[in-house]
Design a protein around this ligand. Structure first.
Ligand code: URP
Ligand code: ZN
Ligand code: ZN
Length: 461
């Protein structure tokens, strides 16, 4: 069903112009002035902003954590994503200790297949090196379109791998041109802080924050970078939070090693004062924890200067009852917050409208860079002829309030309750189909498709 979008202000990572977009099948076929082909649907985008569909490279749907699962599954989580203009997500298939990478992938395929509203792919998390790991990495990259591998330097005794294992993963991934990503905080240092607080009986939510000082992140980030330089692998640091870790990234890039970094809206917009709110602070128990206002400033500058290329959400929601169950012991509170729905509107309102980032930078960090880094470009991440017609139309003046009463996350609290944002997603297209219009879903679960990914091509990046 051909669709014509008329007179929108089209913003890409490098351009800003008013034009029409003609869509046939799943692709953008023409961009130009005064287009008039036969369309089944015409969308008037006059005075609206038109962006490439958002790509969230960091979400956890249906993730097992401490005996429960993150509360959004692929159905509810990807539906919420569409309401906020995100048309592609990349989740994490986590290896079980002793299990294979392939069985992790198979488990996540089963969770997603037939359930997803938006397009999706997976990073595979390597938590245990077995005799099969090397062969699996090769095969995942070459056969399955899984080109990025997540590692954890934290979560001692569960997900963490040691430096020897990290080097082994890097060396193997490097051979096939893939990417190693990392949760870079030092699990041993955090473990010793936790033990100290346990002995002092200091286990309220505030101590979650105090057990992960920024140096646990900068140390691990620096160590990861050193290993990446040594092996020459493509490297990406997820959810970067603080000035000191950003300094390590800057230093590495000055030394001509491309180390990529992601941050999240919560680290740009929320700060550690929230941990002073008594038991309510369980809402913001996530890892790494929220940091200071100074760190927020550094992160915005890091985005502007190009050291941070993407903004993902690390969406990992739990209900208040899950969070409060062990409120007297932060080590037993499941880590993570909701956010998949509000990434683009928050970045627009707090970033573009407050002149912290330009419109083009907004597109870079919410879509284009993730597509390039994770092997989806130019199918995703741009508005150009031949690309998938994944398009977000935004009213830049409409105000609304974020609230658990109105959001679409399967979560009974919002990390941003009561925040007023300016800029509202009005229409979303995914592969040429209008999937959301005026707050109404126009699609069904199962329309979202698994995306095989290529390895990073620096020629396209
Ligand atoms: O607290 C968080 N971020 N939970 C999700 C898992 C992770 O570390 O990314
Ligand atoms: Zn993490
Ligand atoms: Zn995460």
């Amino acid at each position: 069903m051909p669709v014509l979008i008329k007179n929108g202000r089209i913003i890409t990572a490098s351009e800003d112009f008013v034009a029409d977009i003609f869509i046939e099948g799943e692709k953008i076929t023409t961009i130009g002035k005064d287009l008039s082909g036969r369309a089944d649907k015409i969308i008037n985008a006059q005075d609206k902003l038109v962006f490439p569909g958002g790509i969230d490279p960091h979400v956890h749907l249906d993730l097992p954590v401490m005996g429960i699962h993150s509360r959004d599954n692929f159905e509810t989580g990807t539906r919420a994503a569409l309401f906020g203009g995100t048309t592609t997500i990349i989740d994490f298939a986590n290896q079980q200790k002793g299990g294979t990478l392939y069985s992790a992938l198979e488990t996540w395929h089963k969770k997603a297949a037939g359930n997803s509203y938006c397009d999706y792919s997976f990073h595979v998390s390597v938590t245990d090196i077995t005799k099969n790991t090397k062969a699996e990495i090769k095969s995942l990259i070459e056969q399955e379109g899984i080109t990025s591998f997540k590692t954890f330097m934290a979560y001692k005794d569960t997900l963490m791998i040691d430096d020897a294992a990290m080097k082994a993963v890097m060396e193997e991934v490097k051979k096939y041109g893939g990417m190693v990503t990392v949760h870079a905080t030092d699990g041993n240092m955090i473990g010793s802080q936790v033990e100290k607080f346990r002995l002092q009986n200091n286990l309220s939510p505030l101590y979650h924050y105090l057990s992960q000082p920024d140096y646990t992140e900068s140390e691990a980030t620096g160590r990861f970078i050193d290993m990446a330089i040594d092996t020459g692998v493509n490297a990406y640091v997820v959810h970067l939070t603080c000035t000191s870790a950003l300094e390590r990234i800057k230093q590495a890039n000055k030394n001509r090693q491309l180390i990529l970094a992601e941050t999240c809206p919560q680290y740009l917009l929320l700060d550690a004062d929230l941990y002073k709110r008594g038991e309510e602070a369980v809402k913001w128990i996530l890892s790494p924890p929220l940091r200071t206002k100074e760190d927020q400033k550094s992160l915005w500058t890091g985005i502007q200067d190009g050291y941070i290329q993407t903004v993902g959400t690390d969406h990992c929601p739990f209900m208040m009852e899950d969070k409060l169950k062990n409120k007297e012991d932060f080590t037993k509170v499941p880590n993570g917050i909701p956010g998949i729905e509000h990434r683009m509107e928050l970045l627009f309102s707090e970033g573009v409208l407050k002149e912290r980032i330009s419109l083009n930078k907004f597109v870079e960090v919410t879509s284009t860079n993730a597509a390039k880094i994770f092997g989806l470009y130019p199918q995703k991440g741009d508005i150009k002829v031949g690309s998938d017609a994944d398009i977000v139309i935004l009213d830049s003046n409409e105000k609304h309030i974020i609230s658990a009463k109105t959001h679409h996350h399967h979560c009974d609290y919002s990390a941003y309750e009561g925040w007023e944002v300016t800029g509202k997603v009005k229409s979303v297209l995914l592969r040429g189909k209008v999937v959301l219009e005026d707050d109404t879903l126009k699609t069904r679960k199962g329309y979202g498709r698994f995306l095989k990914r290529a390895v990073l091509d620096l020629g396209k990046a």
